[in-house]
Each structure stands twice: as C-alpha cells, then as structure tokens.
Design a binder for this molecule. Sequence first.
Ligand SMILES: N[C@@H](CCC(=O)N[C@@H](CS)C(=O)NCC(=O)O)C(=O)O
Length: 405
Amino acid sequence: MSSVQVTKPVLYSYWRSSCSWRVRIALNLKEIDYDIKAVSLIKNGGEQHTAEFREMNPMSQLPAFVVDGNTYTESLAILEYLEATHPDIPLLPEDEHKRTKVRELCQMIASGIQPLQNLAVLNHVGDEKKKEWACHWITRGFNALEKTLETTAGKYCVGDEITMADCCLVPQLYNARRFQLDLEPYPNIVRIDQELENHPAFKAAHPNSQPDCPPEAKLAVDDGDQLSASFQSINPMGRVPALEIGGNNVIIESPAIMEYLNERYPLPPLLPADPIERVKVRSICQIIISDIQPLQNSTSVLSKIEEEKRRDWARFWINKGFTALEIVLWKFSGRYCVGNTVTLADCCLVPQVFNAKSFQVDLGPFPKIRQISHELEKITAFQRAHPYLQPDCPEVLKGKICQNK
Ligand SMILES: N[C@@H](CCC(=O)N[C@@H](CS)C(=O)NCC(=O)O)C(=O)O
C-alpha cells in the first residue's frame, strides 16, 4: 500500500507584518490549510536577519511561503501563485479592466506605501522622526488610494467581490492607525475596512489572532467598540461591562453590577450576612478592583505606555497588589477568599489571576492565591464565564483554557 504524504504549506510570518497578513487573508479566503512559522522581526535584533532565514529570503523580509518543496517570497508574487493554483475561490476579477484595477491598488499599497514605512526604513529614520515620516508617506498614498477607490469601489475595493486589493488594504489601514493617522479624509478606505472586519477569513488573519501575538498587545485594543459613540451613550466611561436591566436602565461599573445582582437575586448569597465577613469580602474586591486592575487596564492605561514596556508595567502592579492580597488572604480565607463560601471576592480574584497569567506573572510567591483559584476553577459557574468560552472569543483561542494555566 502506498501512502502519499501531503505536507501542509508553511507561511513564515510575523503577527504584525502587514505583508504576511496579506497572504494570511488570501490563504484563509481560499480555504487553504497551512502552518505558520513565526519569525520575530524584533527579537534579538530581528530573526529575519539570521543566516538561516536569509537563505530563504535574501531580502531578509517576511513573508516566505514554502509549498511543494519550493520557497516563494514577495507577498504579491505569493498572492498570484495562490490565485493560479487555487482558482476556485478567485481573488482577481474575470474582467480585464477590473483585474488591472485590482493590481493597480495592490501596487499602490505594496510599492507606494508599505516600503516607505517598513521597519528597516523607520529604524533608519530614527525614533524621533519615524511617526511624522510614516504619516507623511501613508497620507500621500492614502490620498491617491481614496481617489482611485471613488471610481473602483463597490462593497469592496473593486466592485462587490473581495479581491487581492482588499487583502492589501486592511493591513495597511491597521498600520495607519498605529501611527494615529487622521482617517477622516478617507471614507472609502474606512468603510471597506469596516465591511471586512467581521469576515471570518479576515478575523483569523488579524495580528491579534496570531499565535505569536504577545498577550499585552492582544489586550491593548485602543480602537475598540467601547469607544464608539453608540456605546459611550450606554457607558460614558467607554468601558465594559454594562448591564441592561430593563426599563431603559443600564448599570455600569462591575462592583455596582455585582452588588445589584446579589440584591436582586439573593440566592445563593454572594455576600456573607455577618457585617465583619462582608467587609472582608469588600476589601478583597477593592484591592483587586481599585488597586490592581485599573493599573493594567487595557484601554485606558496600557495603550498610553510604550508597547515594549507594557508587560513590565503590568507585572509590577500585579506583583505589588498580589503581595498585599496574599497577606490578606492568609488571614481571611478558608476554601475560598473569605471562609468556605463563594463570595464576590472570588468573582474578582479569578479574572485577575487570568490577567496575571496573560502577563506571565510568576505566581510562585502567591500560594494562597493559586490554591483558591484552583478551587474556584472546579466550579461550573466560573468555568462557563471563562474568556475562552465566550461567543466573541477569537477562534484561535477557543478551547485553549489549559494554556493559560
Ligand atoms: N515587497 C515585500 C515587502 C516585505 C516587507 O517589507 N516585509 C516586512 C514586514 S511587513 C519585513 O519583513 N520587514 C523587516 C525589516 O524591515 O527588517 C513583500 O511584499 O513581501
């Protein structure tokens, strides 16, 4: 019996590389099964400069795509290869004029914008000037793109079908946002991006869905829905959670919501009847809610800190808070945070421990915290509330609960 071994193609990719991202989108759209090998563009000065990687791409750039024993580089060449080998789900229109327009838009981005704000170029420009430099060139390119889109766009960049141009546009807009470019003058670019943001192939290709995306970047979403005008009319702080309780009433601030739920649904109680025990629960809640969580809160704080420093920052404050919490728990806890009954304090502890693990905080010095969270992990209500089981959890994280342990 002969067995034909079919190996999956491999994409050498970096979570935030816009050129790798173009190819990830196309692979997903064409439903091609592939593996990712992450190459860090920053670790040790950039793994793209190693002799091993240069062997694959003498330009020392991502992506590189290995298929059937061949290695291909240059994202647009890879997109054309995928189009030729997997024509069933086309990313180029049949119509010659439209096809040329798609290629025109791709080139505007791939040759006219991205190379001028590429990592190597920005490093050469220097820290002081790089933002202004990048904005200058992206603006120049976006002005042209927007003008072209006025005549080519339908629902997407060219007409109403997704094409290679869309694979290039979305990652480039992400780069523009990173440099805080004013997007007001680009209604077509922004609209097309919005059309595509919830498309499964685009979502799965997003930097935050990549295996090499660092947890602090995943948390630091600075342009999320919470900042939209419609959500701010629900919570003027622009934060989740918010609980609608009927009659046009919305409660914001998690401690207020938890207290409300405990009063509205008193069984089982999540606050002890004894006033001293109740204070113990509330003080643990406050240590977490006021002294730890706000300092590593993704949107308000972390996005204001340089990305390379975020993890250290979060670890510092979590360690400081956990040191205090550990002492308090040795006094108050039984099986759970306060005595042997689950309370609001436990509802606060578990998510904070999850955050600590996301920032790879060493929990060794906090045996009480570990022991109590271990107990709580056995409870169904806690299991069902876990981030990785939520409907809005990115596909790649679903079912990975044990990895955060
Ligand atoms: N024209 C190339 C450009 C590739 C490119 O610039 N890749 C970037 C990431 S998006 C890179 O690897 N930069 C590494 C560096 O600048 O050192 C393509 O489209 O593939």
